[in-house]
Write a protein that binds this ligand. Structure first.
Ligand SMILES: [Zn+2]
Length: 477
């Protein structure tokens, strides 16, 4: 805290004459209140519950996902949203990615709303309720996918169904792109992008899962913030491999394969990637700054001049904040000897790396090798993708999104945001410079923590409001 106060004092001393970086400005006008009439909260909750009961768990092992279950899910969608399916054109791409086209009244470039209907497994997670029972209890829908991302899909479809029922035709075409393999970094969204590209369609804007309406994410900002992802970090999977002669465990050698591997891991741990404040994070800090408590407000107000200091502050402000300012490395799997009394001939560590904006797969691998500094540790790239381009925040698409978010959550600030997870949205960057990542859900820290973990759930009220957000967005295109 003392360090922070010192920084704030520096910030104040910099004064207002300092050159200000051109940055995102949140809308100052009063938000239009969101109209939720005609959207059925209880019906939406029950439909989401039904879809949760169809366990569309995707697997990285080819052929291990149950195709019949995914098929059943797609069929159920047509029954639950009959009006949507009567009016929108629907295609099934590849193994089950869905692409819908809702023809608008003009031929202006379309809006693409994305979601995915595969979910991550639940094994070993200690759920207090059956993850696939689709229980609706005490104002919550429980189960795997309640938020990620069947919740988003249902919110979108509830909005479309209500608008179709009201006889509304959107001003632009609206495409719905629902992936079947997002959780395993599959090809569903790429097929959608390829299909649109083939037809010469370049979207006006794309909206996928990502940010949400959150509280307590930024140090010193007590209120709610709707964070809209403008970019996402790259993902890199690397294996570190060491080898050894092996032998009986009764006569070990010093510095065998596991020890060498452990040393490499420790070096990586002790030499984190540098913390830097990218423009996207700067825009985010700037947008939330006015809502911050002292001394953060002074610090955030001069963020542009204090990038290195602020990067340090964020890197110490918790795991999420740290992930915003640097490339992170997680050791996720370790392998050694297959038997308890046999020396390892090979030791392996799997690293899951999230690459900061401004770096690449190559610069990341180069740095890893330098830090490890041991040619006997092999660094193998399993797969990798560079960080996404940064979407615009100074255009009509972002303004409309902000307006819809503020209509749904009038007391929330809207801030651009850097996604630290990978999403299907990144594929759309090839054909659109306005790709946003935002779920219109107000989520508590507990609810966020349940994503990909036990007891995922969404409140019925939040789901309802989410549908209202999408309806507002489509109605104001
Ligand atoms: Zn997801």
């Amino acid at each position: 805290m003392r360090r922070l106060i010192a920084l704030a004092a520096t910030a104040a001393a910099v004064g207002t004459s300092a050159r200000r970086v051109a940055r995102f400005r949140p809308p100052q006008d009063q938000p239009v209140a969101l109209d939720l009439t005609g959207l059925d909260a209880e019906g939406a909750a029950n439909r989401l519950a039904e879809l949760i009961r169809i366990p569309t768990v995707s697997s990285r092992v080819p052929g291990a996902s149950d195709a019949a279950v995914f098929e059943r899910y797609r069929e159920r969608l047509t029954e639950l949203y009959p009006r949507t399916h009567a009016v929108l054109e629907r295609e099934v791409l590849g193994d089950g990615a869905l692409l819908y086209r809702w023809r608008g009244s003009t031929d202006e470039p379309p809006l693409v709303l994305m979601a995915h209907y595969d979910v991550v497994p639940v094994e070993g997670q200690g759920w207090t309720r059956d993850p696939f029972s689709g229980l609706v209890e005490d104002g919550y829908v429980h189960g795997r996918g309640a938020i990620d991302d069947k919740g988003s899909m249902v919110a979108i479809l509830e909005a479309v169904e209500a608008l179709v029922a009201a006889g509304v035709t959107p001003r632009r075409d609206v495409y719905l792109s629902f992936g079947n393999d997002e959780e395993v970094l599959g090809v569903g969204a790429q097929l959608a992008v390829a299909t649109l590209t083939e037809r010469g369609i370049r979207p006006w804007a794309v909206l996928d899962e990502g940010g949400a309406v959150v509280t307590g994410m930024f140090p010193g900002v007590p209120g709610r913030v709707a964070v809209v992802g403008l970019a996402e970090k790259g993902v890199l999977d690397v294996e570190l491999v060491t080898s050894d002669a092996g032998g009986h465990a009764s006569a070990p050698t010093r510095g065998g394969a596991p020890a060498r591997l452990a040393r490499a891991i420790l070096r990586i741990e002790e030499h984190p990637f540098p913390a830097r404040l990218h423009d996207v994070v700067l825009g985010m800090v700037d947008a939330v700054g006015r809502y911050a408590d002292a001394p953060y407000r002074a610090l955030f107000a001069h963020a542009g001049r204090l990038r290195p200091a602020l990067a340090q502050v964020l890197s110490r402000a918790g795991r999420e904040a740290n992930a915003l300012v640097r490339t992170t490395v997680a050791v996720t799997r370790l392998e050694g000897s297959p038997a308890a009394n046999v020396l390892a001939t090979r030791a392996l560590a799997h690293l899951n790396i999230r690459i900061a904006l401004g770096e690449t797969v190559q610069t990341t691998v180069d740095r890893l090798r330098r830090v490890i500094g041991d040619p006997a540790v092999e660094v193998r790239v399993v797969s990798g993708s560079d960080p996404s381009p940064v979407s615009r925040a100074d255009n009509d698409a972002f303004a409309l999104l902000s307006a819809a978010a503020r209509a749904a959550y009038p007391d929330a600030a809207v801030a651009p945001y850097l996604m630290v997870q990978a999403s299907d949205a990144r594929h759309f960057s090839q054909i659109c410079d306005s790709v946003y990542r935002f779920m219109p859900f107000d989520l508590s820290r507990d609810e966020l923590a349940a994503l990909h973990a036990a007891d995922e759930r969404i409140s019925v009220a939040t789901l309802h409001r989410g549908a209202g957000f999408f309806r507002h967005l489509i109605a104001h295109l």
